[in-house]
Design a protein around this ligand. Structure first.
Ligand SMILES: Cc1cc2nc3c(=O)[nH]c(=O)nc-3n(C[C@H](O)[C@H](O)[C@H](O)COP(=O)(O)OP(=O)(O)OC[C@H]3O[C@@H](n4cnc5c(N)ncnc54)[C@H](O)[C@@H]3O)c2cc1C
Length: 427
């Protein structure tokens, strides 16, 4: 699809993005043949990148997406080359529109409720081992359907665990942000707040040090003697950092964060939702109320928040969780379960942004394709061996397992009188 430059401002507006047609296909026809080279779980940037990589080498792949995107609360997505300042929905739509060009892939809405690994005793030379992916298509467990896949790519993302303090959840992503690269530039030089436990203060202050000078840190009752001692050990010099930057600590317990102005409409006379690329200031304004004493006004905040896996399908099928509950992977993005990859926010890289999600999706796609190709070559060799032994050829006996180095040596090495014969495997 070609985008006319005149269309772009309209495309990036929130209203337009919301009206974008869904390119998914949930029809039964889409599942006529239930066997896939891979199923990608999750249609965020990581899953879409994996799908794209596999589409380009004509792998038969199904992407299943439940549509709960981590960056859905934000107004615009930033720091993604070529897409700086568009809505997350526009980015996903543009990606889907391009990927759907490739006819070996399918995308559908649905929630994967469980994944069962293939029987470990299956001989992959004679039978294709398939994972069974059980998916709910209308959100109800009584409408599940089983799909078979040789490989699984989990791009299921993380869920932010927002505090119940009134105003935090309601305003998250719109003036209360979580990462300076995502939303900091839009609030630069504004009266600013850091909300989080005392332990999170030094790293948050450093992260916004080039964006905001007028900063108050709201530590919500965590400024205690014990916490100060612990921080002295963990982050020596933190007090000097705050003094040097003229930053005050507010320790009163927050009772509410109340929006006074919406930066998506009241930003210097411009409408931020129809933002010009790549960045436009957002003039939000909030009042922080405390259990006692006067309130304080601030234009924007960075929050320190915990998160967890958005889906437990990986863990439930045996994928090991690591560190702060992230799915374990090796450098090939492979989990501890053979044939299962974990990409994007959900894996242990501890890097949670769209470029990382796309990089890991692409990397997993390459490794997944090559792994499938190896399995296929191994099976071909096996069958060729079977055929030649049954037709009376003097070739060596059938390899016992795929990719066994000794077996492959026997196949490629030729016979004793062959010019390519390089001797026995054990030398
Ligand atoms: C408020 C906010 C703003 C942000 N802004 C930016 C930004 O400007 N720039 C940037 O680079 N990063 C930004 N990020 C980070 C970015 O959102 C993530 O790094 C990125 O979305 C990770 O992509 P992902 O594919 O791993 O996960 P996600 O985008 O979260 O996608 C996961 C997908 O998996 C689906 N899923 C989960 N479980 C299942 C299941 N069982 N079955 C089927 N589907 C399932 C979900 O529905 C979802 O669609 C922001 C984050 C937040 C919270």
């Amino acid at each position: 699809m070609k985008l006319s430059p005149s269309l772009i401002p309209a495309l990036i507006s929130t209203a337009w993005a919301a009206a974008i047609p869904d390119t998914s296909d949930t029809s039964v026809a889409a599942f006529e043949d239930n066997h896939y080279d891979a199923v990608v779980v999750g249609g965020g940037p990581s899953g879409l990148a994996a799908l794209s990589g596999l589409a380009r080498v004509r792998r038969k792949v199904l992407l299943i997406d439940s549509g709960v995107y981590r960056n859905a609360p934000t107004r615009h997505m930033h720091d993604v080359l070529g897409f700086d300042g568009v809505t997350p929905a526009y980015f996903r739509w543009a990606a889907r529109k391009q990927i759907e060009f490739y006819d070996t892939i399918q995308m559908t809405n649905g929630t994967v409720v469980s994944i069962t690994a293939p029987d470990a005793t299956i001989n992959s030379n004679t039978t294709t081992p398939y994972f069974t992916v059980t998916t709910a298509f209308d959100g109800g467990s009584d409408a599940t359907r089983n799909i078979s896949a040789r490989r699984i790519i989990l791009g299921t993302g993380l869920r932010d665990l927002l505090s119940d303090t009134p105003g935090i959840r309601q305003n998250f992503g719109e003036g209360l942000y979580w990462c300076p690269w995502c939303d900091g530039h839009e609030h630069a030089d504004q009266p600013f707040g850091v909300i989080g436990p005392l332990s999170s203060v030094p790293s948050n202050v450093r992260e916004v040090s080039t964006l905001n000078k007028d900063i108050i840190v709201f530590v919500n009752g965590t400024d205690t003697e014990d916490n100060r001692k612990a921080l002295d050990t963990a982050s020596p010099g933190w007090q000097s950092l705050l003094q040097y930057r003229n930053i005050t600590i507010e320790n009163r317990t927050i009772s509410a964060v109340v929006r006074l102005r919406d930066g998506s409409t009241a930003n210097n006379g411009t409408n931020a939702t129809a933002a010009a690329l790549p960045s436009v200031e957002e003039y939000d304004l909030f009042r922080v109320d405390f259990e006692e004493g006067p309130s304080i006004e601030r234009a924007a905040f960075i929050l320190s928040i915990a998160n967890e896996q958005a889906s437990w399908v990986g863990r439930d099928m045996g994928v090991a969780l690591y560190g702060e509950g992230r799915m374990y992977t090796d450098s090939n993005l492979l989990t501890n379960i053979k044939g299962v990859y974990a990409i994007g926010d959900a894996n242990l890289d501890n890097s949670t942004n769209v470029p990382h999600a796309m990089y890991t999706g692409k990397r997993a796609a390459v490794n997944c394709h090559l792994d499938l190709a190896k399995e296929e070559a191994s099976k071909d060799i096996y069958i060729e061996q079977l055929n030649s032994s049954s037709s009376g050829s003097t070739k060596r006996s059938v390899p016992p397992t795929p990719l066994d180095p000794r077996a492959l040596w026997n196949v490629v090495n030729g016979d004793l009188d062959d010019v390519l014969f390089a001797g026995e495997y054990d030398q």
